[in-house]
Design a protein around this ligand. Structure first.
Ligand code: DGL
Length: 258
């Protein structure tokens, strides 16, 4: 199956795939030549996502996990109708989990995801009595891609982004961008212990697992191939940033989508 993101964000989803679907062979693609997605237009993201899914089909993917909230918020529904394989996004599984967990819910996400209101609308559709506040965090993705999670500047920026949510006394904080769980060590320090952190990844992969099962696509027989890591940008940079999360430096291929 295929998993993609603009960069290392989708690795937080890949980590869950390794736990929940250990028998599946995975092709991971990070569109690092064009990261960040979160400040781009819907038309640009739609073009990128179509290119990526076409490439995934050429790699014989039987399902694609869109491990990118920005793409899920903006173009999931459009591409789901265009391709012959199931495509799983992040917003609905994340919103269902958020609605179960909290009543005063903060969502941190990219500017494009926040502008789409996808999380707010989905959570409110599940339970209109829930309160949702969203904050766009444009600096987070570039800092994570530059491997600057532990840089004091990143903590300073995080403090500013969290301030309006803390002022509303949120009880739950949703990572509305798959890059953000990489920031957990610093976010945890800035949040009161009572605030629950929700990573939609677990729920996204549970949804993918269910769909594979329903469609009879789960692999039970063939031993999985080693995970392939592919990027459109610099393989060394990706390997470096991925190392923190994966615990080892992956072999990374540079590919061209066209
Ligand atoms: N990790 C992606 C997301 O979940 C994309 C972030 C970006 O490239 O701006 O939104």
């Amino acid at each position: 199956m295929g998993i993609f993101d603009s960069g290392v964000g989708g690795l937080t989803v890949l980590r869950q795939v390794a736990r929940q679907l250990p028998l599946e062979s995975i092709v991971y693609f990070g569109d690092t030549a064009r990261v960040p997605y979160g400040t781009r237009s819907t038309a640009e993201i739609l073009q990128f996502v179509r290119e990526i899914i076409n490439w995934m089909l050429q790699q014989q993917a039987k399902m694609v996990i869109m491990a990118c909230n920005t793409s899920s918020a903006l173009v999931l529904k459009t591409v789901q109708g265009e391709f012959p394989i199931p495509i799983v996004g992040t917003i609905l599984p994340g919103s269902l989990a958020a609605a179960k967990l909290g009543r005063r819910i903060g969502v941190i996400a990219t500017p494009a995801t926040v502008a789409s209101n996808a999380y707010k609308q989905a959570i409110k559709a599940i339970d209109p009595t829930l309160q949702v506040w969203q904050v766009a965090c444009p600096e987070f993705v570039p800092l994570i891609e530059q491997n600057r999670v532990l840089d004091p500047y990143t903590a300073q920026v995080a403090q500013q982004y969290l301030a309006p949510l803390l002022a509303e006394h949120i009880d739950t904080l949703v990572y509305g961008c798959t890059h953000y769980p990489h920031l957990e060590p610093i976010l945890r320090l800035l949040l009161p212990p009572s605030v629950k952190l929700l990573d939609p990844a677990i729920h996204v992969v549970a949804t993918a697992t269910q769909q594979l099962d329903l469609l009879g696509l789960t692999n039970t027989a063939i031993p999985p191939l080693p995970t392939r890591f592919c990027v459109s940008g610099c393989p060394q940079n990706f390997a470096q940033s991925a190392q923190l999360l994966l615990g080892c430096k992956p072999i990374v291929e540079k590919i061209s989508l066209t």
